[in-house]
Design a protein around this ligand. Structure first.
Ligand code: URA
Length: 234
């Protein structure tokens, strides 16, 4: 990656301003001053600005967001729809969503500038549990259908792993899955002959949505981030 882009990603400055910082001779790569903003670097290049290594240049932060309906969970949307990232104001760090929620799905999504943590939390190996509340068409769901979902249903990309499924009210299901197939909950519900009316994620690993209103976000405490890291290492 170009040095100026690398600095911008690390939260040092905008790409233009980063180019100036490089030309001013304030940046070293592997201990040597580099004045070419196009120099190719990566995470292993030991980039420093004014003598400070870049690892510490941008604090690692994690936000918990209650995503409203119609907001997309990609960092950018090609159709100009609002993104979860735009819900967070006044944060210098470049934040990325941890996994995805459909535009129609509401609820808990994490945003972070810690790419490694994000990768671990979404890696199938770690099987981080995610809990959803789904209102489904057709009212009360018979126990046999719930059992089918618990044991695994056939989807076109394979059978789903065992899930926890509880009917909390007639036609309202609380579902915990440890995988992240595309539109998985919606497709599991279609597999038992129903459709989703509304879908909300209420838990991600050790974190709950609590009473955070839709569209609002909060920064995780260091203790919460620590719990997340443990989840990703378990
Ligand atoms: N399952 C879905 O079907 N949609 C989501 O957004 C998340 C899980």
């Amino acid at each position: 990656m170009r040095l100026a882009k690398f600095l911008a990603h690390a939260g040092v400055a905008s790409r233009r301003a980063a180019e100036d910082i490089v030309r001013e001779g304030r940046v070293t790569v592997g201990g040597e001053v580099v004045t070419d903003p196009a120099r190719d670097v990566d995470e292993t290049s030991r980039v420093a600005v004014d003598g400070r290594g870049l690892r510490g240049a941008e604090e690692r932060t994690v936000y918990l967001v209650n995503k409203p309906r119609g907001v997309v969970s990609t960092a950018k949307d090609t159709h100009g729809r609002p993104t979860v990232v735009s819900l967070i104001r006044g944060e210098r760090a470049r934040l990325y969503p941890v996994g995805r929620l459909d535009a129609d799905t509401t609820g808990l999504i994490l945003l972070t500038n810690d790419g490694e943590l994000a990768n671990q939390l979404t890696h199938p190996k770690f099987q981080v549990p995610k809990t959803y509340v789904a209102e489904v068409t057709g009212g009360f769901v018979p126990e046999a259908r719930l059992r089918q979902m618990r044991e695994g249903v056939e989807l076109e990309d394979g059978k789903t792993a065992p899930a926890q499924v509880r009917q909390v009210d007639a036609g309202v299901l609380q579902i915990t899955i440890r995988e992240g197939k595309k539109r998985q909950v919606r497709r599991m519900i279609e597999a038992i002959g129903r459709r989703v009316v509304s879908l909300r994620r209420v838990r991600f690993g050790p974190l709950g949505l609590g009473d955070l209103p839709p569209g609002k976000s909060r920064k995780l405490t260091p203790a919460e981030v620590e719990r997340l890291r443990k989840t990703a290492k378990a």
